[in-house]
Design a protein around this ligand. Sequence first.
Ligand code: NAD
Length: 358
Amino acid sequence: MRDFIHAGQPTRVVFGAGSLAHLEREIDLLGSRRALVLSTPDQAAQATMVADRLGARAAGVFARAVMHVPIETAREAREEARRLNADCAIAIGGGSTVGLGKAIALESGLPVLAVPTTYAGSEMTPIYGITEAGLKKTGRDPRVLPRTVIYDPALTASLPVALSVTSGMNAIAHAAEGLYAQDSNPIMDLMAEEGIRALAQALPVVRQQPRDLDGRSDALYGAWLCGTVLGNVGMALHHKLCHTLGGSFNLPHAEVHTVVLPHAIAFNAEAAPQAMQRIGRALGVQGKSSAAAGLFDLARANGAPVALRDIGMRADDLDRAAEIAASNPYWNPRPIGPAQRAEIRALLQRAFEGVRPE
Ligand code: NAD
């Protein structure tokens, strides 16, 4: 048995189809009397529905969350929370909305109650990100970790199939990298393997029957596990590449994770054999194909994009992307830094073309 440190994080998780019905109880437990409900413009109707349920205990609705939390939006939402004298933020939506709740909590310490409707996993992490002048700055702060998370699979039934698949692959990426994290531990390994297994089995069901609540429940269960891994251990090459491609080239978040993951895993395969074994076992491909090929096949079989060129990347930008990703060395099971620029450039070329890793 290896040495490890594990510090459980104090989020209360309420899971189950229809569990939004427990919202009032959960708000009471937080001691909240005036909750500000957050969402994207696309999900304004869901936010209004939540505010209507709460009646006088809803301070208002702020339905202007957007991807990557621009500082201007964060300031507007913080101001709205102050103006309405809110004592809690309810974030109903994906990572963009949860991210806005975190931005409010970072400044004010207001508790966040998250109702996730994608598989991104932000609700289980103390990680925040705010974009200022085109640069996304991320950090960790225990104040931003949602106090309560209500996982209601019924609310994910409306998530479009294409986004369901890529968001599920985004979740799998957290678990896959968690399996070779420098600070991993046996509990996170169990959660990561089970999270990948649950999502790999659920995504084909979600794709064929998007409104099937069993499939949606399994997928959300997997997303919870994978998000917990992201919140507890460090990420490596894959997340660095996605941060670069999303941040500097504006590629869509879940899609870029989907495309890059098999190539990042292939890159690390020899350096992290035990992680590969667990990923392969979770995908059910052991003895048939590599973990990396299994991830590629899972994405392709479920209609997800597998090439960067199909999600808006320009061939001319690949050199610069490799340069940025390799510019500051960071921990990865296979060493990464300026000396490996050519290897990273080759990885990006394979991801650009959508070549199946062997
Ligand atoms: P998102 O939150 O931007 O949602 C994408 C779109 O889908 C939005 O328009 C949203 O309104 C819509 N949508 C969400 N759920 C829906 C549903 N059930 N039905 C219909 N439409 C729905 O996308 P995301 O991938 O969840 O989040 C991405 C963002 O989250 C990125 O900015 C990423 O950096 C961040 N993120 C942060 C962490 C963290 O730990 N801090 C973790 C993961 C992701």
